[in-house]
Write a new protein. Structure first.
Length: 508
């Protein structure tokens, strides 16, 4: 990318908001996937963007995109940089250069409507800042993904993220009322302030989940909820993971409307054993207690109810009746409190384990209740088989953390010794697991998004015509294909969008 482009970018944002500093470029060279971390640790930063730009307004972004179309520069939008599926890798492919737009300057609460319970934010605001902005007004967004400390509102919207309290507050896509997108073809606002509308297909879904491939999300209006007056923890043990899953299904189907806990999490036998073994003497005592009751391979369910104390007591009583009928044993609040204390620590632990030569990765899916057991067994076995004999001490644990009327999520965490070629090891395991997910008829991603990792499997989920619909939308909003190339949308039109793979990265 030539110096003249840098001069033009600085004229748009101010010189202090455009940098080619090596450290800043490396920090924006990818997200937080295991391959991203392995490449950085090996000293490979050849995929760093040519420049990092920090826009301060929609108008600046509009002018930046116009310049990048003219100069044939690819553009990657960067929020918290927490993608674990290659969603923010700055691929330049056939373009003359690539820049990253870091959204951190656009981080304000723009409007709060307490009567309608909606709030409008700029897209660069991070999770903790969202809660800090709403707290003085008595509201919460209630969206707490594991990436909460770093992820941004724009990232939530762009990836259809699902927070750990989604059973109570809903997924991000259920919260979004409207969103504004700056595209290479101009501004595009999708959604309506109306509580309901029959005005054609829901174009908001063009923006939500678009993963930066159509334009830059600059602001969004979301539903907010009154901050809870109280929070109560509970935990239950079930004789098996299958029994626990069926208990959650019954709780969803047979419970009174609104009785579901805000957090609803069920660990399989392996994850339960890990939690009890690592939880100190009090949780060790729980393990002995369950064994004495005949629960040799228990599955631990954790619940958090939020709201008014009287309301919570009534909801817990009604839920307890269903859980007991399903074979559950109540264990008190300690396991739930212990989980919440470390709920955001997983990514940091993964980084430390890599330093110590331990390969650790996660992947997720969602399946209907009818598909749940088979999906769990087949994906878990595929991971173990892919790790194979080379996977010294291979270990797989799973939990359900998002519950719906018709099914639930499955989140797999797996560990083994890190092989000499960690990138090949990761690709082998992820491919095997993804193929098992597709074969089971489950979704290729419940909340991690598509990015680059899941592009090969998207056609199995939405069909070839569905892919053409996505490509047609991109043709309309981004006809030159500069927006986050290589992500989400398979390149079904090679004459217009030649494939862009990690091998197509050029030295910057």
């Amino acid at each position: 990318m030539g110096d003249e482009v840098l001069v033009e970018l600085r004229a748009i944002t101010g010189a202090q908001h455009v940098t080619t500093d090596a450290t800043e470029r490396i920090l924006h060279a990818g997200g937080k996937s295991t391959p991203d971390l392995l490449r950085r640790r090996s000293g490979d930063a050849l995929d760093a963007p040519d420049a990092v730009v920090f826009p301060g307004s929609s108008e600046e972004i509009r002018n930046i995109l116009a310049l990048c179309v003219q100069r044939k520069i690819a553009v990657v939008t960067f929020g918290g940089g927490t993608s674990v599926v290659g969603g923010v890798e700055p691929l330049r492919g056939r373009f003359d250069g690539v820049i990253t737009l870091d959204m951190r300057r656009m981080d304000r609460l723009l409007h709060l409507d307490p009567l309608s319970r909606t709030a409008t934010f700029e897209a660069g605001i991070r999770g903790p800042a969202i809660e800090a902005a709403l707290a003085p007004h008595g509201f919460t967004l209630g969206h707490f993904p594991q990436s909460h400390q770093e992820a941004t509102l724009g990232g939530y919207v762009a990836t259809r993220s699902s927070g750990q309290s989604s059973t109570g507050y809903g997924r991000s896509d259920q919260m979004v009322k409207s969103a504004h997108l700056e595209t290479p073809q101009g501004p595009f606002t999708a959604g309506s302030p109306a509580p309901g509308t029959a005005a054609g297909p829901k174009l908001l879904d063009v923006v939500v989940g678009s993963e930066g491939t159509l334009g830059v999300i600059t602001r969004a209006t979301l539903k907010v909820s009154p901050a809870p007056a109280d929070k109560v923890y509970g935990s239950w043990a079930f004789p098996t993971f299958a029994a626990g899953a069926d208990a959650l299904r019954q709780l969803m189907h047979d419970g009174a409307r609104g009785d579901m806990p805000h957090v609803c999490r069920l660990s399989d036998t392996a994850e339960t054993a890990s939690s009890l073994n690592l939880g100190g003497w009090k949780t060790a005592a729980l393990s002995h207690y369950l064994s004495a009751r005949g629960y040799k391979t228990p599955a631990l369910a954790l619940f958090v109810w939020e709201g008014g104390s009287h309301q919570i007591r009534a909801r817990r009583r009604r839920s307890a009746r269903i859980l007991r009928r399903a074979g559950g044993i109540p264990l008190g609040p300690l396991p739930g409190k212990s989980w919440e204390h470390g709920r955001f620590s997983g990514p940091y632990l993964r980084d430390e384990l890599l330093t110590r030569g331990v390969y650790v990765e996660t992947l997720e899916t969602a399946a209907t209740w009818g598909q749940m057991a088979q999906t769990y067994r087949s994906v878990r076995q595929a991971i173990l088989d892919a790790l194979g004999e080379r996977g010294a001490g291979a270990y797989v644990q799973t939990h359900i953390s998002h519950v719906y009327s018709d099914g639930a999520s499955l989140y797999f965490t797996f560990l083994s010794g890190l092989e000499e070629d960690g990138l090949a090891q990761n690709a082998r395991v992820k491919t095997a697991a993804s193929e098992a997910i597709v074969a089971a008829g489950a979704t290729i991603t419940h909340h991690h998004a598509v990015g680059m990792d899941h592009v090969p499997y998207l056609g199995a989920e939405i069909g070839s015509l569905g892919i053409e619909v996505l490509a047609g939308i991109k043709d309309t909003l981004d006809p030159e294909g500069i927006m986050n190339p290589g992500k989400l949308i398979p390149f079904t039109r090679p004459q217009r969008y030649p494939p862009i793979t990690p091998n197509a990265k050029e030295q910057s």
